[in-house]
Ligand binder design. Structure first.
Ligand SMILES: Nc1nc2c(ncn2[C@@H]2O[C@H](COP(=O)(O)OP(=O)(O)OP(=O)(O)O)[C@@H](O)[C@H]2O)c(=O)[nH]1
Ligand SMILES: [Zn+2]
Length: 185
């Protein structure tokens, strides 16, 4: 636990009109600091760490899709959560990535302060970099607490963002197949 972060949380308690000496709040600065560090632990990870060399030779050149990867991130404007799912696809060229590593890449970038568009792009670029794929597609659907709990207070809007690289950008057939398989068309 980072003591400096905890001391800032103590100030936040004072700032919102609370008494940090109240019994229920005595450990809150430490707990909140620990929780926030966890939610931002993507900063401490590298792509090498998360993939751990789990790349396997394969002759398959068919589209691989990992869909409905749940995602918890924090918007960089309000530091409030946005929650949703990511769908990731790539077309291998001789090497496939360990299945769980796709989800680990999503988490590595989600556990940072983000806007959804940049998160989508960073995941796509990373999968491309790791696999040297013929194409990568990432779609994220998420609900933003900053739009639900405050601000415009819209409870049902979902933001969809996508990044298509290589074959997914060049071929509408490939793109359509992907969108169909994740149930978007
Ligand atoms: N494009 C994009 N916008 C986001 C994301 N997360 C939050 N925002 C938006 O960032 C904007 C920040 O706008 P500002 O006017 O500076 O902040 P604000 O006064 O808190 O805005 P409101 O949310 O409209 O009350 C808002 O429109 C948010 O909805 C994101 O992931 N992508
Ligand atoms: Zn926000």
């Amino acid at each position: 636990m980072n003591p400096l972060l905890a001391s800032h949380y103590r100030e936040i308690l004072v700032g919102v009109g609370e008494n940090p000496e109240r019994e229920g709040l005595l450990d809150t600065p430490q707990r909140a600091a620990k929780a926030m560090q966890y939610l931002c632990n993507g900063y401490t990870m590298s792509l090498d760490d998360v993939t751990n060399g789990a790349l396997f030779e394969s002759q398959s050149d068919e589209m691989v899709i990992v869909s409905d990867i749940e995602l918890y991130s924090l918007c960089e404007h309000h530091m409030l959560p946005f929650i949703g799912k990511a769908h990731v696809a790539y077309i291998p060229t001789g090497r496939v990535l360990g299945l769980s590593k796709v989800a680990r890449v999503v988490d590595m970038f989600a556990r940072r302060l983000q806007i959804q568009e940049n998160l989508t792009r960073q995941i796509a670029d990373a999968i491309q970099q790791i696999t040297d794929a013929a194409g990568v597609a990432v779609v994220i659907e998420a609900r933003h607490m900053c739009m639900m709990m405050r601000g415009v207070e819209k409870q049902n809007s979902v933001m969809t963002s996508s990044v298509m690289l290589g074959a997914f950008r060049d071929s509408s057939t490939t793109r359509q197949e992907f969108l169909q398989l994740i149930g978007r068309r």
